[in-house]
Design a binder for this molecule. Structure first.
Ligand code: GLA
Length: 740
């Protein structure tokens, strides 16, 4: 319910009475200022005398008694830039001379396109507020949702747009939130990539104009990831202010980072307005995705540690086994058949691999593509989700039973949103795909995209997955999505309605995932899209892990994993050890190097282990056992990127510290030693300076004379030195430190 000003005064009185308690959300009804406090962060906005909702402050936590006067709109700049455009609004409608990115742009039924949103009132919400805005004349209302996490200070912001009038309104652009920063020198960090080359960290000075990070592909995409971090000054892992954000949306999205005409910076993110149009009929509403935003005073490392913890504690789903627990379960160490057998899966071959996998200490055996329909290669079968009778004459049960008898659980690959034209499903329902009639249906990997926005397609997809999980003891689905959209038509709807496919497709995807998890609470799911094409905080509410890249080259992975870690926790970062020389780069590396590269995330094996020598199997078995012992620290601890592998670096190193500081794990990698250079001393971070930590090599040696145990202060100030023999090409070492 939205409060009037008089009701707000009553709230103020109640708030004042309760002021002895630390409060995370406070409204000053006299100055009309909203303040949210959480962790080390304060976020403040207010209603200016014109009625605009104006951002006032986002940064380090302010004193409890500090107060803001009422917001004052910025003046106009000569006759060219209006006050409306200059004032950093929380959610500006496009109208009244707004030249920066609008949060909302609409066309009314009569062609009027002027929208000016003013404050109406607010209501309290868990850890925040719902703030109501309304157009100055027309019956269109927006509720802005704010919630701050008391621990991390990360804000969750989104908007609900409601048509309260009697005529339809078309939403042409809708952001989840706009964030503002005052004029200063900033560095923008963002992630880009392509298939097999995801997670490139870009760092560039914010300049006048817009840097647009987006996907027009219908899904999150490999090309850019919906995350940003803006650092005051130059990039720094340990120092300086960082404002960061991540958009929880797996459809086409856009984040624009804009330095406006008065040098202020605004970040606006939400649905991608390209080819967008959502008709709101009388009484209908549109919910935007959530745009999460955070602040850290201690550099990019501080920012990613806050985000990792938030993802672990608040975004990732729980299963029946972890319901109510603060942290999700560390990922089982998996074996995956893809690189070993590709489409050539069958009962005997998979059973043989399962035996080998179990002997290595693997927890979960995953059968990848090829088990269903008439799937011999990528030309046929997608859409026909029955077990292929030639490959598995007795169904999946004998293989699943075998996997269980070996002490592992069983996972299966699916690609639910796709269809091959060579399939029974397409032959029966050619109209189920995204397409424009009479136009070509562009195939990619010989497949088309089902229009999941259609209720009948949604029902079909949910139905076969539910049946698969009912009929088979499956612990895990690898949910793949191997192409992007072309010809995104939804021809069953009236022309004006068709573009809502961008919203409804993704809503139905989330709906299917949510319902599957509800009905099968033990099942875990991985989000894969030809590697890292669908990784975002929207899908991560329903999936336990992601496949970051089809590129499993262990050297490339170091840089990819580094980039990934700016936005996402290592817990979800699946990393397989595959065969050498690598199929992509033809690079030869040792098994130890491949193992240690993958151990930086959630470890898996994807090699053809049927061909491994006894020595290779023994190495993998030893390192899997060592990994199991320290996995919670690596996957769920606080990550410090000690030496970056980016920019052709000769070395790289990471360190993770368990949140109770009882354990730390260090990884060190050499790309290629030059001029005999020794590995730099690693000054460790995040330990308890007063506690004693014992050093144990997982792989490799510390320099002769390194103490077996020393204080946290020693490891952080003096540092950890590598053995002098630690040189060469593609070398690796790993250590654990345990508090005594
Ligand atoms: C995608 C995935 C791979 C594998 C293949 C199977 O490329 O990213 O890991 O599952 O599909 O076709």
């Amino acid at each position: 319910m939205v409060k009037t000003f008089s009701a707000a005064i009553l709230t103020l009185a109640v708030t004042l009475m309760a002021q002895a308690q630390p409060s995370s959300a406070h409204f000053d009804a006299v100055a009309k200022v909203f303040r949210l406090d959480g962790g080390g962060v304060s976020y403040v906005f207010g209603v200016n005398p014109k009625g605009e909702l104006q951002q006032l402050y986002w940064g380090g936590r302010l004193g409890a008694s500090d107060a803001f006067p009422q917001a004052a709109p910025l003046p106009e700049w000569a006759s060219f830039d209006s006050s409306y455009s200059n004032t950093p609004q929380e959610f500006a409608g496009w109208g009244a001379g707004l030249f920066v990115e609008p949060a909302l742009k609409v066309t009314f039924a009569d062609g009027n396109r002027d929208l000016v949103l003013h404050y109406q009132g607010y209501s309290e919400a868990p850890n925040g507020f719902d703030v109501e805005l309304k157009d100055i004349l027309r019956p269109i209302a927006v509720t802005l949702h704010y919630a701050i996490d008391p621990q991390s200070g990360i804000l969750a912001r989104s908007a609900t747009i409601v048509n309260q009038g009697a005529e339809p309104v078309t939403v042409e652009q809708a952001a989840a939130a706009a964030w503002a920063l005052p004029p200063a020198h900033y560095t923008l960090n963002y992630l880009t990539g392509r298939w097999a080359g995801e997670w490139t960290l870009n760092q560039e000075t914010v300049r006048p104009g817009e840097r647009v990070i987006e996907s027009r592909r219908g899904s999150t995409g490999h090309q850019a990831n919906p995350w940003f971090a803006i650092q005051a000054g130059e990039p720094d892992e340990d120092h300086g202010e960082v404002w960061f954000g991540a958009l929880a949306w797996s459809g086409s999205w856009r984040i624009s980072v804009e330095q406006d005409q008065l040098d202020a910076v605004r970040v606006t993110g939400g649905f991608n307005p390209f080819d967008f149009g959502y008709v709101l009929h009388p009484g209908q509403s549109l919910e935007t995705p959530v745009f999460y935003g955070g602040y850290a005073a201690n550099g990019l490392g501080g920012a990613s540690r806050l985000l990792h913890r938030y993802e672990l504690e608040h975004i990732l789903p729980r299963t029946a086994a972890t319901a109510g627990q603060i942290l999700p379960k560390p990922r089982p160490v998996i074996y995956n058949s893809w690189e070993a057998t590709e489409f050539k899966v069958n009962e005997a071959g998979q059973m043989a691999l399962a035996e080998k996998a179990a002997a290595l200490g693997i927890d979960r055996f995953v059968m990848d593509d090829g088990w269903f329909g008439q799937r011999k290669d990528d030309h046929a079968g997608l859409g026909d989700w029955y077990v292929n009778p030639e490959k598995f004459p007795h169904g999946l049960k004998p293989l699943i039973d075998k996997v269980h008898s070996l002490g592992m659980d069983f996972g299966l690959w699916v690609e639910p949103e796709m269809v091959n034209p060579d399939s029974d499903l397409y032959r029966k329902h050619p109209d189920w795909v995204l397409h424009f009639p009479e136009r070509a249906e562009s195939q990619q990997r010989n497949q088309l995209v089902l229009n999941l926005a259609r209720p009948d397609v949604r029902a079909y997809v949910f139905g076969f997955l539910d049946k698969l999980l009912n009929e088979n003891n499956i612990a895990f689905l690898k949910w793949d999505y191997n192409r992007n959209w072309t010809e995104p038509g939804w021809m069953q709807l009236a022309p004006a309605e068709q573009k809502k496919v961008y919203v409804e497709f993704t809503h139905n995807l989330y709906g299917i995932l949510a319902e599957l998890r509800r009905r099968h609470p033990k099942v875990e799911i991985e989000s894969c899209s030809g590697g890292g094409g669908r990784v975002d905080l929207g899908i991560l509410r329903y999936t336990d892990e992601v496949w970051p890249s089809d590129n499993t080259d262990p050297f490339d992975r170091l840089t990819q994993q580094d980039g990934f870690s700016y936005a996402y926790t290592p817990q979800i970062m699946m990393a397989w050890v595959t065969d050498s020389p690598h199929w992509l780069n033809h690079r030869t590396t040792s098994l130890t190097y491949r193992m240690l590269s993958s151990m930086q995330g959630s470890l898996g094996i994807g090699a053809n282990i049927a061909n491994w020598t006894p020595e290779e199997a023994a190495t993998a078995k030893r390192l899997i056992a060592a990994y199991h012992q320290v996995q919670p620290t690596i996957a769920q601890g606080d990550l410090y990127r000690l030496i970056s592998p980016r920019g052709g670096s000769e070395f790289s190193a990471t360190q993770t510290v368990r949140s109770d500081k009882s354990q730390s794990v260090v990884f060190a990698f050499i790309h290629s030693t030059q001029e005999g250079r020794l590995f730099p001393t690693l000054r460790l971070k995040g330990l308890d300076p007063a506690a004693q930590y014992a050093l144990t090599p997982i792989e490799g040696k510390a320099r002769a004379g390194t103490p077996a145990a020393a204080s946290g202060a020693w490891w952080m100030n003096h540092g950890l030195e590598m053995d002098e023999g630690f040189r060469g090409d593609f070398q690796s070492a790993a250590f654990r430190l345990d508090r005594k």
